[in-house]
Design a protein. Structure first.
Length: 471
């Protein structure tokens, strides 16, 4: 009461004051003095409660802008390589299920994820450089006041930044929060943030529908995720977890010059996880999705011209400009196992501008968000195939397919970006939430509220954007 501060803050301040005084009386400062002066000089700007926030968001915008400027041409180059591989396989292999699996299932699915590796690598490189300089600790200090405005602890910044790579270790890092209420809130809102799995999907949509401003759009979606997470945290704090967040005390390291070797090591560790996931889990998921999209096989076109449900208007649009072979391929996936699932949930997703193909891709995203791209690649790969043709097939890039599909528009893309950002986390995240909190109650709550939030926001964004002429 005497100091008008929390007791832990007063004790920490007195302890550090004693240590600082003892060091000042006993330690002779040599060459390090200039470095400390430099650190203190920069911190006056970086740690300012006004300029500090602006600098943090400006630095993140710069990283995203550089990522897209350099990464998009590299992604297109890798995409060309996979298209050449698909064309060669089409010309070499005899038509059949095996060729369909290799071309549309494995190459189309896994290749669609690997295409965005340059964007992931550059993003992780930028974040590694920030960590090595010592800036991230200062960003946590600056964000502490901002976090408290929304009922969160300043230490929650650590899971928020780790979530840029993956939400699984981010949720596990919430163990450092001593207060159980702060910990539960952090765990429940962290999956709403941009992660390494969502980034390629959102990056692809931004590059296709907003090519001149893809970096800006990606940055705005990233900020949107943070603002939505803050709003969700404040709502939880005011309703289910009443009380004040605990104070945040931390020691700031001096600024250091980052080494390329250290930055590349950190970048490679995260990028290798992405590649490893593409070569194992996503490969298996792509094969399963291919099976669901390829079966049951149609014996003739008439057997497929059934069940003209809510998707008929989209099919009719495609039919007007396509050949009979394309129509058969389109009907094949419409009436496949996955197509039936997509058409079943389509009425729920239609208000957000999503058709059954998007619904199938989103459904597959429960396994892992990168699988959304794999599913789109498989769907459009099968559509490219003429079942009666033995000639080589020139594959169309998935980006071009999205741009040409009449279902998609900038409004649809914006709604889809935020839906992917917010909807039910992948199985790995749901599992770690259950393990960390020790009950399925919060896991089920996370699934329900994240889907309701993503659907509501997607419907609003789609209709507002369409009203402004982006439909």
């Amino acid at each position: 009461k005497q100091y008008d501060e929390d007791s832990s803050v007063v004790v920490a301040e007195q302890r550090y004051a004693y240590i600082h005084g003892a060091i000042r009386e006993t330690v002779v400062k040599g060459e390090q003095h200039s470095r400390i002066d430099f650190t203190e000089m920069v911190d006056k700007i970086v740690l300012n409660k006004y300029s500090g926030l602006f600098i943090f968001f400006a630095v993140m915008y710069l990283i995203y802008q550089v990522t897209f400027t350099i990464g998009n041409p590299l992604s297109d180059l890798i995409d060309s390589g996979f298209r050449l591989l698909s064309t060669w396989l089409s010309a070499t292999l005899p038509p059949g299920i095996l060729a369909d699996l290799l071309i549309n299932g494995i190459v189309g699915g896994v290749g669609g994820v690997i295409v965005f590796l340059p964007l992931v690598v550059l993003l992780f490189l930028g974040l590694s450089l920030l960590e090595d300089t010592g800036y991230m600790a200062r960003a946590a200090f600056v964000m502490d006041h901002f976090f408290h405005l929304f009922g969160m602890h300043g230490r929650s910044f650590v899971p928020f930044m780790i979530a840029t790579g993956c939400a699984v270790p981010a949720i596990m890092s919430a163990r450092t929060l001593v207060n159980p209420r702060d910990r539960v809130i952090t765990i429940l809102v962290t999956p709403l943030l941009m992660c390494g799995a969502k980034s390629p999907v959102i990056a692809m949509l931004a590059a296709v529908f907003f090519p001149r401003h893809s970096g800006l759009i990606f940055w705005l979606v990233w900020i949107g995720g943070w603002l939505i997470a803050f709003s969700a945290a404040l709502t939880l704090r005011k309703t289910m977890f009443r009380g004040e967040a605990a104070p945040f005390v931390m020691e700031l390291p001096p600024y250091r010059r980052p080494t390329l070797r250290g930055a590349f090591i950190h970048m490679w560790e995260r990028s290798w996880m992405y590649l490893k996931k593409a070569g194992t889990f996503i490969l298996a998921a792509s094969i399963v999705i291919w099976f669901l999209l390829a079966f049951p096989r149609a014996t003739d076109e008439t057997s497929l011209n059934t069940d003209q449900s809510s998707s008929s208007q989209y099919v009719q649009t495609v039919e007007t400009d396509t050949s009979n072979g394309y129509h058969v391929a389109d009907e094949q996936i419409r009436n496949s196992y996955a197509g039936r699932i997509g058409r079943f949930v389509e009425p729920v997703m239609r208000p957000a501008g999503f058709d059954w193909k998007i619904s199938v891709a989103l459904f597959s995203g429960f396994a892992a968000k990168e699988v959304i791209i794999s599913t789109m690649g498989i769907i459009y790969g099968i559509e490219d195939s003429d079942p009666d043709s033995e000639a080589s097939i020139e594959r169309t890039p998935i980006k071009q397919h999205l741009a040409d599909d009449p279902v998609y528009s900038p409004a649809t893309a914006l709604a889809l970006m935020f839906f992917v950002l917010l909807y039910v986390p992948c199985m790995a995240v749901m599992t770690v939430v259950w393990k960390e909190l020790g009950t399925w109650k919060w896991t089920l709550f996370l699934a329900v509220y994240s889907f309701a939030l993503s659907w509501t926001l997607a419907v609003i964004i789609y209709n507002v954007a369409s009203w402004f002429g982006l439909g």
